[in-house]
Write a protein that binds this ligand. Structure first.
Ligand code: CA
Ligand code: CA
Ligand code: CA
Length: 490
């Protein structure tokens, strides 16, 4: 179990290209592992709240570890933000009333288990504190004697300073608590607030924006900018307009009589607050990206097969949405503004079901399903990565799309072209280039994950990528260069 907990988290590694052209990990005092056990501080309005008091931190200021880290963000001051996505399943809460589960909304609304947790860490035979904390049942006399509040310390954006190996990661609670897919910043402008966007990757969840209270000053900017500000949730109107609704205690009905007695209570229950103000329930918001040329914001909505015909409309136009879409908007009055204008950039699918940016269907060169990773390079090319789940890959309606892939789109012309296709059973996820844009890094996650338990036991693996032969498949990072050494994507 300790091995499993330590296998979660974030690695900081320095890599560089050697004289032969190969990239390698280099020894560096800054290289380190952040795990599911690393001590972390809580920052922002939830710090010190009664909702995060635990046996480990009776004053509610600290916790251990980060879990189920999905995509990321880079702050304007060059620190790394990791996003806690499907953390809820790591916990269980066995509290009952009248023989029925009796969970507080800050557990129930996020899917904390009532039986066993996903990995059963709370069952560790040694009964050590770092394992029993995954049982969030109220067993002690008060919250400082048990871990009823432990799940409330998860679901946050966590700031890590990769350049200071002594620094303690900080959970930035002002950005809200949900299944954060990632976080993306608008270009920071000195003298203006810092603005970032984050999606909650679950069916019928929301897209959020944070606007800092203080203005950006490149000389003194730090993570403290993320501790004070306003969290908004998006409401998309059918007429193509949209609005940002503030999730602020005392505003928009977020008052004690409605169950929101403080800003800490609003933030720990971000989803409930967004429900309360009537935000738009989306088709699983995944990555966001901000166009460096136009300032427009793009978000992938990967799929939502539970949406009914009666629920279809606006930025989520299809019932039983298997293929997903990409929404975009332009903020009125800059990124800190309260209103925006949106449209659908692409409705994904094949020739019969898609609608590309120009209005025509996507052709064979550009058809895709289940957009997930999304990233703008410095020239304004939009890179799209797909995540068709293991159960759907190469089957049924998803069969024509084959393995997961990566494409490049030109937001100005609407042209979309396939860039690469990954091996069987994987998800393409994550992309960045060197500053000169001549080397691109792309992750290939869990190749061969379509292998059944029985086939695995019998040694029949769906993939042997990347080593080939009879090797076990491994997640790996691709390093991509052009034969002529030029910029990728030109
Ligand atoms: Ca996701
Ligand atoms: Ca994803
Ligand atoms: Ca996904």
């Amino acid at each position: 179990m300790l091995k499993e907990v330590n296998a979660h988290g974030v690695s900081i590694l320095r890599i560089s290209r050697g004289p032969e052209g190969a990239w390698q990990v280099r020894q560096d005092p800054r290289n380190r592992r952040i795990t599911g056990l690393t001590r972390m501080e809580l920052g922002g309005p939830v710090r010190g709240s009664a909702l995060v008091r635990t046996r480990y931190s009776p004053d509610g200021t600290a916790t251990r570890g980060t879990l189920n880290n999905c995509a990321h963000g880079v702050t304007p001051w060059n620190t790394y933000l990791t996003a806690e996505e499907n953390w809820a399943g790591y916990f269980r809460n066995g509290d009952q009333q009248d023989q029925k589960p009796n969970l507080p909304r800050e557990h129930a609304r996020y899917g904390v288990a009532t039986g066993r947790s996903r990995y059963g860490w709370e069952l560790a035979a040694n009964g050590a504190d770092e394992f029993v904390r995954f049982d969030a049942s109220a067993t002690g006399e008060d919250p400082s004697r048990d871990y009823r509040n432990e799940p409330n310390a998860f679901g946050w954006i966590v700031e890590i300073d990769p350049f200071n190996p002594e620094s303690v990661p900080v959970k930035r609670t002002a950005l809200g608590r949900f299944a954060h897919e990632g976080v993306v910043f608008a270009t920071a402008v000195p003298g203006r607030p810092v603005v970032c966007y984050s999606g909650d990757d679950a069916q019928f969840e929301y897209i959020y924006k944070f606007v800092s209270a203080a203005a950006y000053d490149p000389a003194g900017a730090s993570g403290r900018l993320l501790d004070e500000g306003t969290l908004y949730v998006a409401k998309f109107n059918d007429d193509g307009s949209g609005e940002w609704i503030a999730l602020v205690h005392g505003q928009n009905g977020l008052i004690a009589e409605n169950g929101f007695a403080s800003q800490a209570e609003v933030l720990v229950n971000t989803r409930a607050a967004a429900d309360h103000v009537g935000a738009t329930k989306m088709d699983r918001p995944e990555w966001g990206a901000v166009d460096p040329v136009s300032g427009e914001v793009y978000f992938t909505l990967t799929n939502n097969t539970r949406r009914t015909q009666a629920q279809a409309g606006g930025p989520n136009p299809r019932a039983r949405n298997e293929f997903g879409q990409i929404v975009r908007w332009r903020e009125r009055g800059g990124h800190a503004g309260l209103r925006f204008d949106w449209d659908l950039f692409i409705i994904a699918g094949d020739r019969a079901t898609s609608r590309g940016a120009g209005g025509a269907a996507l052709g064979d060169e550009g058809m895709f399903a289940c957009p997930d990773g999304l990233w703008f390079d410095a020239d304004g090319r939009l890179w799209i990565q797909t995540d068709i789940g293991e159960r759907e890959q190469n089957r049924g309606a998803l069969k024509p799309f084959g393995n997961n892939q990566m494409l490049a789109a030109d937001p100005r012309t609407g042209e979309v072209r396939r860039f690469l296709v990954g091996p069987v059973g994987q998800e393409i996820t994550g992309v960045v280039t060197t500053p000169d844009q001549r080397t691109m890094f792309v992750n290939v996650q869990h190749p061969g994950a379509v292998t059944t338990k029985e086939d695995f036991a019998a040694g029949r693996l769906a993939s042997h990528w990347p080593d080939g032969g009879t090797s076990l498949p491994r997640s790996a990072t691709l390093v991509i260069t052009r034969e002529d050494g030029g910029k990728i994507g030109t």
